[in-house]
Design a protein around this ligand. Structure first.
Ligand code: IPM
Ligand code: MN
Length: 372
């Protein structure tokens, strides 16, 4: 298969983790005879620095004319700490989601066997957890009109949803549940929000056309607690934009590190793949960022294009890295491995490099290992 992939590495650790994802994809291409052509483009704070625009037209046009987008990370403290900034890096991602019509952000949460004791949550709570968050991406308070009065003393963000926005992701969530454990949990705040009541009415109605799927509802405050207390109860969580954003960061604790969580964002004919973590500016260039979320996002890209064996190879490589303890320091504070070494291990595993067979954990130090 030939795929043209727009690579928007973005800010902070984005470029270094995306580099590892590219290495994994190149290895897959080599082993399975696919041609992946990458084209880099600017987004976020780096794009503002160079062009004044967090999503330059050239970047947008590239994304509109490629098969998929691989996205790194976005954000910079110089904007986070300046509420008066006129342009913000995040606007680049929000505009891109809007222009590509991306409406469903899908975030799988499943702890790896080898990492069950790495999470701050108890093993007996997280063992066997396997759920996926369907986060609505095109509406809600993210998108509604933003206002600040002239005196700068009062502000509002409007929070809106239409039936069309709700129904398209709801169908995707139910279809996903049909292929899984057949349960959808809708998370909302219907005891307070009118938008949530619209969601509930419609989701209930759509649910009737999926009689094989059980549907239940949780208020978001309770859901936030249940994710920590009893996460095994979930199969597919369906929720609106901001609740999905917050709950997925919370759920990353189950996986033990946010550096492991990948996502795909789908539109009618566009798809973007990105780790859910941020730009972690303090770690930039230090070779300490966990590249697994980006590598897994690349695996989701492969799956999206029906390259199932290829995706499984990447998942297997990631599992092997954990088994051999080739992990970054967020997973093991004593680890001697960095972003590059983890990425090298994974691409070498995919390429079935012989030196891996003689891999000796004791000999592996940065600069001395067979995989460096
Ligand atoms: C995410 C991020 C973004 C979001 C930011 C960077 C705008 O946190 O993808 O989860 O809030 O959607
Ligand atoms: Mn987020």
């Amino acid at each position: 298969m030939d795929l043209k992939i727009a690579v928007l590495s973005g800010d902070g650790i984005g470029p270094e983790v995306i580099l590892q994802a590219k290495k994994a994809l190149n290895a897959i291409g080599e082993v399975y005879n696919h041609e992946f052509v990458f084209e880099d483009a600017l987004v976020g704070a780096v794009a503002i620095d160079q062009t004044g625009n967090p999503l330059p037209n050239q970047t947008l046009n590239l994304c509109l004319n490629t098969d998929a987008v691989l996205f790194g990370a976005i954000g910079h403290p110089k904007y986070d700490n300046n509420p008066d900034a006129k342009v913000r890096p995040e606007q680049g991602l929000l505009k891109l989601r809007n222009e590509l019509g991306l409406f469903a952000n899908i975030r799988p949460i499943k702890p790896y066997q080898a990492l069950l004791d790495a999470s701050p949550l108890k093993r007996e709570v997280i063992e066997g957890v396997d759920f996926v968050i369907y986060r609505e991406l095109s509406g809600g308070v993210y998108i509604g009109e933003k206002k600040l009065n002239e005196a700068g003393t009062a502000a509002s963000d409007s929070y809106e949803y239409s039936e069309e926005q709700i129904s398209r992701i709801t169908h995707l969530a139910f279809k996903a549940a049909q292929k899984r454990r057949k349960k959808v949990t809708m998370v909302d705040k219907a005891n307070v929000l009118e938008t949530s009541r619209l969601w509930r009415r419609l989701v209930q109605k759509i649910g009737e056309s999926y009689p094989d799927v059980a549907l239940n509802f949780l208020f978001v405050d309770n859901a936030a607690k249940q994710i920590i207390l009893n996460p095994r109860q979930f199969d597919v969580i369906l929720t609106e934009n901001m609740f999905g954003d917050i709950l997925s960061d919370e759920a990353s604790v189950i996986a033990s590190s946010i550096g492991l969580l990948a996502s795909e964002s789908l539109g009618h004919n566009k798809a973007l793949f990105e780790p859910i973590h941020g730009s972690y500016i303090e770690a930039t260039g230090k070779n300490i960022a966990n590249p697994i979320a980006s590598i897994l996002s690349a695996a989701m890209l492969l799956e999206f294009f029906g390259l199932i064996n290829e995706a499984n190879k990447v998942y297997e490589a990631v599992e092997k890295a954990f088994e051999h303890k080739i992990v970054t320091t967020d997973l093991n504070s004593f680890s001697k491995f960095g972003t590059n070494e983890v990425g090298d291990f994974i691409s070498n595993f995919i390429l079935s490099k012989d030196d891996l067979l003689y891999f000796n954990n004791d000999n592996v130090h940065i600069g001395q290992s067979t995989i460096v």
